[in-house]
Design a protein around this ligand. Structure first.
Ligand SMILES: [Zn+2]
Length: 351
């Protein structure tokens, strides 16, 4: 009995002394927030509407609301918070945003890291981009994995990130590493041209592996005579057509499947070069396709392209054929990975 109350007192004291770390994922439509304790356990998470397009002040208010909700939910006072990890959907370095991307113009050139730190009472803040954050989240979701991890996520664009053994994100000297979407791939359109990328250059991986790429490709394919009676030739906008592709592919539509097969193979080309550079051992694929019913087929198309461009040694150890040299997995945490990754990164840096 006495032992019981001693144990309860110890647990209470441990809880009292525990510090907490916050992860914020600032996206275009939602702001997600995760809270981990100093042992690395995820304690709570939430999401609120994003107001990024209304500016930094509106976003700070949303961050405050999300964090307030979480602290209240698990009964943590603000003075127990020891650090913040933050990601925004734009390239940044030293906490300063380089380019507008999907944000309002007042973000560019602003020391967001300092602004957020001041807003939250001087807490230390680490800031990075959404691809790096999601990579860190996928690493945190695999406590049994201690090697490195390469992450790619086809979405509106193509995000990427690389995590070193132990869990630290590799961001490069200027915070600009792992812009995987803007590496080049050996692929041309049927007329020999290189497609234009969202970055203004030509022939980038993202110009083949993204929702934007699917819009271009479906437009080209639907203009062909053999596809004139395809159900997508219904007068709807190209944006609407592209959004229907996943459902059509899941239902077995040949044209939709061929577009995803091409995308998967070209992602495999890009991954072949990245694996040559980093030899990560584990490649994690995120983005919306991780939830599709044809994801195993998509992965087989990625491997098709990977085999075409890499050497066999990058899949199988030639001395010990039992040993796989590079594993490919789907993301485990979906949209939650970036907030989780930033909370873990804050714990790693500020504990
Ligand atoms: Zn590009």
């Amino acid at each position: 009995m006495e032992q019981d109350s001693k144990l309860r007192r110890e647990i209470f004291l441990m809880e009292e002394s525990t510090r907490f770390f916050v992860g914020f994922d600032i996206g275009g439509t939602t702001v997600k927030c995760a809270l981990v304790d100093e042992s690395g356990s995820l304690r709570a998470q939430t999401e609120v509407r994003s107001h990024v397009k209304e500016g930094i002040e509106a976003t700070l208010r949303q961050l405050g609301i999300a964090l307030g909700d979480l602290c209240e939910k698990i009964g943590v006072s603000r003075d127990k918070l020891a650090g913040i990890g933050l990601d925004a959907p734009a390239p940044s370095s030293e906490g300063v945003i380089w380019a507008q991307a999907n944000l309002s113009s007042d973000w560019v050139g602003k020391d967001v890291r300092h602004t957020v730190s001041t807003h939250f009472g001087g807490l230390p803040v680490h800031m990075t981009n959404d691809g790096n954050a999601a990579a860190a989240g996928e690493y945190a979701a695999r406590p049994g994995h201690s090697g490195s991890l390469l992450y790619v996520a086809p979405g509106t664009g193509l995000a990427g990130g690389f995590v070193l053994p132990g869990g630290r994100i590799w961001e490069g000297a200027n915070g600009l590493a792992l812009e995987v979407g803007h590496t080049s791939v050996p692929q041309r359109e049927e007329d020999g041209s290189l497609p234009e990328c969202s970055c203004g250059r030509f022939g980038c991986l993202e110009a083949w592996v993204s929702l934007v790429a699917l819009r271009r490709r479906i437009g080209i394919e639907l203009a062909k005579l053999e596809n004139s009676s395809h159900p997508l030739n219904d007068g709807s906008s190209i944006e609407a057509k592209a959004l229907r592709l996943r459902d059509l592919a899941q239902a077995g539509d040949e044209l939709a499947r061929s577009l995803f097969r091409q995308q998967g193979r070209i992602l495999g080309y890009g991954l072949a070069d990245l694996v040559r550079l980093f030899d990560p051992g584990l490649v994690v694929i995120g983005g919306g396709l991780a939830e599709s019913t044809f994801r195993e087929e998509y992965l087989s198309w990625v491997l098709e392209g990977f085999r075409e461009r890499s050497w066999p040694v990058y899949l199988q150890n030639p001395i010990n054929p039992e040993k796989q040299t590079t594993r490919f997995e789907w993301a485990l945490r979906g949209d939650d990975s970036a907030a989780l990754g930033m909370a873990f990164t804050a714990r790693d840096l500020f504990l």
